[in-house]
Write a protein that binds this ligand. Structure first.
Ligand code: ATP
Ligand code: MG
Length: 263
């Protein structure tokens, strides 16, 4: 199996490795599509640990993390949830969008995320000591945080924090080339477009253009799509639904890629 491609932005690989060796949990913050998930996947491979991912939502219960009793013809049996599997067998439990989960759900992480490294399972009475290779990683996007939500300080203050942003231009250009196969000149234009969009402060977009969208645009171009159209269908339309915002973004694209008529 080929290694998952990940180009470091800064010292995140060293920090993550150190945290893994010291049994410290890690919290990753950053905007959408900047490489958080890709980073964890590549670190899982580097460390030789499986990654168990849980994406949080409003209704996520502690049982979705820890496990539950199920009923079969022979009676009831216990099934470990993803967190328990990682705690028992070793591996990285990656809890994505943790801010979406209710605070009472995330409290089950507390005894795992400090020096105790144990998971008590109320339903079965079991207290599991974490496998030496167990690691807890959580992430969220601080950009569109719901004011009513947010992590309790007592949860937050159990983690080493890594703050991600969009990669620096040279790194982002390289990532676009590697991920799409586009040539350097086009990748440079996409990076320039991104930096201009990211500097726009007076237009109403929730979050600026992600590395992910730049890669989509590049991939469409590699498939033979006209560059202007590729940018409209990936970058522009995904950032807003408002006519005036779309007009500003479209104008910006035409400064780099000549307008074609088919959109
Ligand atoms: N440093 C990097 N090295 C390699 N690929 C990268 C890097 N940064 C971003 N990418 C690319 O960007 C895409 C989006 O990254 P990823 O899915 O990891 O974002 P994310 O931060 O997890 O976003 P979300 O918060 O929406 O889940 C990846 O599929 C990958 O192609
Ligand atoms: Mg992700």
């Amino acid at each position: 199996m080929s290694q998952t491609y990940y180009l470091p932005q800064s010292n995140e690989v060293e920090l993550f490795q150190a945290a893994a060796q010291m049994n410290l949990p890690v919290l990753i913050k950053g905007p959408t599509g900047c490489g958080k998930t890709r980073f964890i996947e590549s670190m899982g491979e580097k460390l030789g640990r499986d990654v168990y991912t849980v994406v949080c939502h409003d209704d996520l219960s502690a049982a979705d993390l820890v496990g539950r009793h199920l009923i079969s013809e022979e009676g009831t049996y216990w099934q470990d949830g993803p967190l328990t599997k990682a705690v028992r067998n070793g591996g990285i439990c990656y809890i994505d969008e943790i801010i979406e989960a209710r605070k009472d759900t995330t409290v089950v992480l507390h005894s795992l995320a400090d020096y105790r490294r144990v998971l008590p399972i109320d339903r079965t009475g079991e207290v599991i000591e974490a496998h030496p290779d167990f690691m807890l990683v959580v992430s969220y996007n601080p950009g569109y945080q719901n004011v009513l939500k947010g992590m309790k300080p007592s949860t937050k203050q159990r983690f080493i924090s890594l703050s991600f942003t969009y990669p620096k231009p040279d790194i982002e250009k390289e990532v676009i080339i590697q991920e799409s196969g586009v040539d350097e000149e086009i990748a440079q234009k996409l990076v320039d477009i991104a930096s201009e969009i990211r500097q726009l402060s007076d237009i109403d977009i929730q979050e600026a253009v992600s590395t992910r969208l730049l890669i989509y645009a590049a991939k469409l171009m590699v498939r033979g799509f006209d560059p202007y159209q590729a940018c409209m269908h990936s970058i522009v339309e995904s950032l807003s639904d408002e006519e005036d915002v779309l007009a500003v973004l479209e104008k910006l694209i035409t400064l780099h890629f000549a307008k074609s008529s088919h959109v």
